[in-house]
Design a protein around this ligand. Sequence first.
Ligand code: PTJ
Length: 253
Amino acid sequence: MTEIPKDHPRYESLLAREKVVAGVKMGFTSIQGLIAQGRGESFDYLIGERSTESALYAERAAVAALLLAKNPVISVNGNVAALAPEKVVSLADITGAKIEVNLFHRTETRVHLIIEQLKANGASEVLGKNPDASLELSHARRMVESKGIYTADVVLVPLEDGDRCEKLVEMGKTVITIDLNPLSRTSRTATISIVDNLTRALDNMVRLAGGMKQERKEELVKLITTYDNKKVLSEAISEIQEHLKAIAAEMEY
Ligand code: PTJ
């Protein structure tokens, strides 16, 4: 991995890029993952590389859903394994969620390497190697485990493609996404769409979960029943507009 000096003004962003490149070189991130990362970076610029108010609100609702779930599952792909394996493990530990590898560009080698990467970061059990159930999809993301994604009531699917998100919602599951693009089909289809960078979102969710675990169950239920995803997405888009307007105004002077 290229050494990025800590005082570089774009340190966080360059480090994330290096992690995805390293994932590709090690064989567990797909080459297409580089394109996905680039798309994410562009949206993060527009958002202002910060967790917006609407993102933090969605993250609270997402944590409430995970804490209340009977069988919560966090789905991991090649980009997530490269960028934040330790954060996935922390969130799974604090919310009691299972972890399952589920890939669009599936190869058994990639599944194996991602499981190893998660275990090296503290995961005790990782599902995904022995899919014994199928979602009604024509691509590899259909391959899931019956004790994991297939029977999950709440699924966190970071950096997802719209197809599986739609299918999981159709199956009656609460689907949480993390996607910097508020216009993506995934963001528009999910139950709870977190428009934030994966690494910031997971840090926020782990921190929030620590406090929310002590909250009364009724408070968590209220958060979910009053949550309106369309409103959250509309606010996310407005926050981008406001951010760009402020920059444009600065440039005029
Ligand atoms: O490992 P695989 O085979 O399962 O493939 C994973 C990728 C990510 C390559 C695959 O799911 C894919 O092609 O995804 P898309 O369709 O490119 O969608 C990825 C979405 O995630 C895009 O809307 C990006 O803007 C967004 N995104 C990219 N990086 C980040 C992100 N969102 C949050 N944080 C990021 N770091």
